[in-house]
Ligand binder design. Sequence first.
Ligand code: MLT
Length: 404
Amino acid sequence: MFTVNENYLKLPGSYLFSTIGKKVAAFESANPDKKIIRLGIGDVTQPLAPAIIEALHKAVDEMANPETFRGYAPDLGYEFLRKAIVENDYKARNCDIEADEIFVSDGAKSDSGNIQELFGPDCKIAVCDPVYPVYVDSNVMAGRTGVYDKATEVWSNVIYMPTTAENNFVPEFPKETPDVIYLCLPNNPTGTTLTKTDLQKWVDYANENKAVIIYDAAYEAYISEDDVAHSIYECEGARTCAIEIRSFSKNAGFTGVRLGFTVVPKDLKVDGVSVRDMWARRHGTKFNGAPYIVQRAGEAVYSAAGKAQLKEQVAYYMQNAKIIKEGLKDAGYTVFGGVNAPYIWLKTPDKMSSWDFFDYLLEKANVVGTPGSGFGPSGEGYFRLTAFGTQENSIEALERIKNL
Ligand code: MLT
């Protein structure tokens, strides 16, 4: 009998940010006179930096000329970009990564959703709780997560590692040994991170237990503290256990342009099989490359002018983070994050549920945030605000919240 992939039917509701989008659209159409401030999804608001725009224009012109026109990109991505990545993101930090271990893609969301395809149907995944919802949802679609309990919002076959104020946002090693461990550091949504010393413990744990770490470093550019690693390959032994996913969305504002990459070291083997070769096979089969003009824009991120301009852009968002965090503290909220990441994580007041607080803030202050429970059961009772808005809106949102 012809059937659909029933795993999709197990997914509760729609994707978190689609649900929020629908709720906000409904509120907006019922209240057309209200000025809504969106600090929900972590989408950037500053335009692309001049060095990036210049590279885009130049590449567009090349596409208009028969001599310089480009068609399909090479499987792994253009060498000019992979070399720039290796030099700036890895060699400059003494990480032993080569250009043929870099796979350029259309963004970290696709890679973090697709990477699970490399692992067997029975492998067990572990996630920090709360965390970016794509990791669990993509494993649900693959049929790996067991049964969903609506009351507890827990999947029977997922190992949850609570990351809350109670453990200072440092997850403990799980009792049951996982095969695949997802770490998003700095963490989305809590905005907190681990020290390099703590990260090293996870690398050692993964090597000892023959587990693979999927390390999502999308927010790496926001790290301000010296004892935090920017790449997992700063840790000894990471080449044999870790895959790293990077994005150009948050450090360079590419959310609407789409570019990311994944690093799969040649030393990473599962059951004697090269995971790098498997990912190369998948990439070649299912993906035809990020556009040439976008890869040229990515290269500009690493130019001297690009670096200087993006440093300013990151500082702009981190100033928002400070405004939001300090403002919330003044208003009596308990707040976390916002130091090494552009997310502020707060405890909802009066033991309000995350979704009740979402409604309250939308209705009374016309401010959109993200309910913590949308990121996992341990996110209940928390709420996330993003620092990716404009400074003007961040200030106004905080004024409104203070006046509630
Ligand atoms: C978020 O708001 O959690 C993220 O920006 C969404 C994403 O990066 O896909």
